[in-house]
Design a protein around this ligand. Structure first.
Ligand code: NAD
Length: 287
């Protein structure tokens, strides 16, 4: 049966490493790296994410600037706040929590963030940098997935990787990262004719679909490494996009839900913020 990948332990180790580097950064520069998080409205899940991000930021010895705006905030007010954060030298990272209320054009807001402070990696400039292999910011969830994979397979070169899902936040950047690692990458999605046939060839599976237990155990190649990004609320609690019980009998390694990819996302956000501070101050990042 599969090795269970302990995302919580990996995330804690990364956060501890970042905190140590942040301490060195503070000594060298006399300032703390800063992350600004903007929340518009009262979506309960978003509120929890924002609270956890603030806590993780402070735990790492960084400054957390939290901006909570009412749900009826107009686009102009939000864009003015983003402009102010872009100009603020104490802010190294800016994150606007999604989803935004429907009356605000989320794409315009993401475009307004300075790409060099875009620690979420959602700005089109950073998507482009990732595509051409230039230095930028990589979205936190796929970056966390890659870190978990590299821990199992330090050399991914030549492996067959199948990414399930093609979202801008997870699937597409994940495919880019795996390509950069010299995997042979296939992206399957809602219009793919035979998802199972593609998966059966995969040494590496990354599932980002949003359908509970979508990926069946008999779609997994024996010994494959399975990274389950899905977070689905069901009557029996949080479940992933992979049928964990069945897949873990076949796979070589697999992430659980919860406790797999989820904790890595925030750890990578902390990492990206530290890296941003180093770049802005012309210091070599220690990660
Ligand atoms: P999304 O809805 O934007 O994209 C889902 C993708 O799945 C689409 O590209 C679609 O083509 C594909 N898809 C849908 N039905 C399919 C089918 N039948 N066969 C093959 N592909 C199919 O979702 P997302 O934002 O990429 O998120 C995916 C999942 O990951 C969700 O459960 C989400 O909650 C979770 N998520 C977790 C984290 C984290 O762990 N921190 C971060 C982001 C998203």
């Amino acid at each position: 049966t599969a090795t269970i990948i302990d995302g919580k332990a990996h995330a804690l180790a990364l956060r501890t490493r970042v905190a140590a580097h942040v301490a060195t950064f503070r000594e060298a520069t006399g300032r703390a790296p800063g992350l600004a998080v903007v929340l518009v409205g009262e979506d309960p899940a978003s509120a929890v994410y924002v609270r956890n991000k603030g806590k993780a930021t402070r735990d790492a010895g960084m400054a957390s600037f939290e901006h909570r705006l009412p749900a009826d905030t107009d686009a102009g007010t939000l864009l003015a706040l983003v402009a102010q954060l872009n100009a603020d030298p104490a802010v190294d990272g800016i994150l606007v929590q999604l989803p935004l209320p429907a009356h605000i054009d989320a794409e315009a807001v993401l475009l307004a963030i300075d790409p060099d402070k875009d620690v979420d990696g959602f700005h089109p400039v950073n998507a482009g940098r990732l595509a051409i292999g230039a230095e930028g910011f990589v979205p936190c969830t796929p970056l966390g997935c890659l870190m978990l994979l590299k821990d199992i397979h330090p050399n991914l070169s030549g492996m067959e990787a199948v990414v399930v899902g093609r979202s801008n936040i997870v699937g597409k950047p994940m495919a880019q990262l795996l390509l950069q690692q010299s995997c042979t990458v296939t992206i399957v999605h809602s219009r793919t004719r035979d998802v199972a046939a593609h998966l059966r060839r995969a040494d590496i599976v990354v599932a980002a679909v949003g359908i509970p237990r979508f990926i069946q155990g008999d779609w997994i190649k024996p010994g494959a490494s399975v990274i389950d990004v899905g977070i689905n609320r069901t009557d029996d609690g949080l479940v992933g996009d992979v049928d964990f019980a069945a897949a873990s009998a076949v796979a070589g390694a697999i992430t659980p839900v919860p406790g797999g990819v989820g904790p890595m996302t925030i750890a990578c956000l902390i990492r990206n913020t530290y890296v941003s501070a180093c770049r802005r101050d012309g210091i070599e990042a220690a990660l």
